[in-house]
Write a protein that binds this ligand. Structure first.
Ligand code: NDP
Length: 444
């Protein structure tokens, strides 16, 4: 049995009932075969893949908090510190009922390679809780965030582990967590990113993942003989990533025509009205039915369906495993030429394979959505310098990083004889840097 298969079997046996984690490890290891084979003896002797797939540590803790009725609530919370070979652990915090060990480990594992691809000195981590922020009052959100940080503070620090936002964790939640960290530790340090602008946040961080996704998509299309301007774009999600992907798509001359949330989706043939979307989602925190109610030409449909719309480019920006094989078939039948993942692992393995085999340009999330964490690393730099850079400065660095990511992914795929396979290219380019650092640092 090959080294890669042995390690995958070991991961499954040692981590039973963690399907998302198995899926992420399989996808990465399968595409690393060519890179592993070139150095298999040394990697096997050093148990490099066993060490890479086993987190440095997985912290699980209880979060008890009091709701508005005076009832005590209890949630599970996690932080995985996966690998710090190239820098302090870095990765978001997710608040969503679906959060469990499997989801956190899949996200943390993927984060290692994504962070490596940015070219910046950041290791891989991830965290979260099964707490559901939907329908909670501001006071309840604050109570939860404070209790969460009262435990998490022991394990993080500006040079140790620097969490950020993710699903269900935006500027409001980061603010409450930062306040509690500062209160307990008594230090004013860049321990979280995604902070508000008045207390150490970076301009363009909010926009970074969505904008970065479009910068990379534009470069991908350009290098394959297409241009983004004039293209029709289907986007899923209506959160942070989706909103700013839609905004940048417009700015680059494309027309985004869809968005979605967990209840339903919008088809707006005139193109999504970004100001209205922000008003509904960021200000009112309401459902997309309110978007449709305010926009006569837009059609709201409950349930799923974004991928049935005819488009040139598809950008899944909601959550994991949201684009299935049947969706991929619809996209191909409708003439879609590129799929770039704004979310983490939104495309199932069989759908990815189908898209690639059908000649669709497919860029995985660890490359395409790396603009968020890259800009978080820029926020860390600004905090260390005690300086704030202008929006234009951060945005132009972001664009440079995304263009570089595309080319390192493209080059790695070519070097290993898999031209155009950006899944393999992203995993190989991300892996080699981490593997070299791990080797140089000895058996730890
Ligand atoms: P948000 O919470 O801001 O938005 C998430 C969006 O996806 C919402 O519209 C939400 O709908 C929808 N959604 C969430 N879960 C589901 C589900 N199970 N089924 C259907 N729809 C769902 O999160 P972000 O925009 O920050 O994150 C989106 C994705 O991008 C995630 O995969 C995240 O890991 C990834 N990502 C985010 C980065 C960032 O900087 N924020 C960086 C890199 C990746 P509803 O409101 O109804 O729940």
């Amino acid at each position: 049995m090959s080294y890669v298969d042995e390690v995958y079997e070991r991961v499954v046996a040692q981590n039973p009932a963690q399907p998302e984690f198995h899926q992420a490890v399989k996808e990465v290891l399968d595409s690393l075969r060519a890179a592993i084979e070139r150095n298999e003896e040394a990697y096997r002797r050093d148990a490099l893949l066993e060490r890479l797939t086993t987190p440095d540590r997985m912290i699980q803790f209880r979060v008890a908090w009091v709701d508005d009725k005076g009832q005590v609530q209890v949630n599970n919370a996690y932080r995985v510190q996966y690998n710090n070979a190239i820098g302090p652990y870095k990765g978001g915090i997710r608040f969503h009922p679906s959060v469990n060990q499997s989801v956190i480990k899949f996200l943390g594992f993927e984060q290692i390679f994504k962070n490596s691809l940015t070219g910046l000195p950041i290791g891989g981590g991830k965290g979260g809780s099964d707490f559901d922020p939907k329908g909670k009052s501001d006071r309840e959100i604050m109570a939860f965030c404070q209790s969460f940080m009262t435990e998490l503070y022991k394990y993080i620090g500006a040079d140790v582990d620097v969490p950020a936002g993710d699903i269900g964790v935006g500027a409001r939640e980061i603010g409450y967590m930062y306040g509690q960290y500062k209160r307990i530790r008594g230090v004013y340090e860049g321990v979280l990113t995604g902070k508000g602008l008045s207390y150490g946040g970076s301009l363009a961080r909010k926009e970074a993942t969505g904008y970065g996704l479009l910068y990379l998509t534009e470069e991908l299309l350009k290098c394959n003989g297409h241009q983004l301007a004039g293209k029709t774009v289907a986007v899923s999600g209506a959160g942070n990533v989706a909103t700013y992907a839609i905004e940048k798509a417009w700015q680059l001359g494309a027309k985004p025509v869809t968005c979605s949330d967990s209840a339903g989706w919008i088809y707006d043939p005139e193109g999504i009205d970004v100001a209205l979307l922000k008003e509904v989602k960021e200000v009112r925190r309401a459902r997309l039915t309110e978007y449709a109610a305010a926009r006569p030409g837009a059609v709201y449909t409950s349930g799923k369906g974004v991928w049935s719309v005819k488009c040139d480019v598809a950008l899944p920006c909601a959550t994991q495993n949201e684009l299935h094989l049947e969706d991929a078939k619809l996209l191909v039948a409708n003439g879609c030429i590129a799929v770039c993942e704004g979310a983490n692992m939104p495309t199932t393995a069989d759908a990815t394979e189908y898209l690639q085999q059908s000649g669709v340009l497919f860029c995985p999330g660890k490359a395409a959505n790396a603009g968020g964490v890259a800009t978080s690393a820029l926020e860390m730099s600004q905090n260390s310098e005690r300086l704030s850079w202008s929006f234009e400065e951060v945005d132009s660095k972001l664009k440079g990083i995304m263009v570089n990511i595309f080319h390192s992914v493209d080059n790695a795929a070519r070097e290993y004889g898999m031209e155009g396979n950006y899944v393999a290219g992203a995993n190989i380019a991300g892996f080699l840097k981490v593997a070299n650092a791990m080797t140089a640092q000895g058996i730890v």
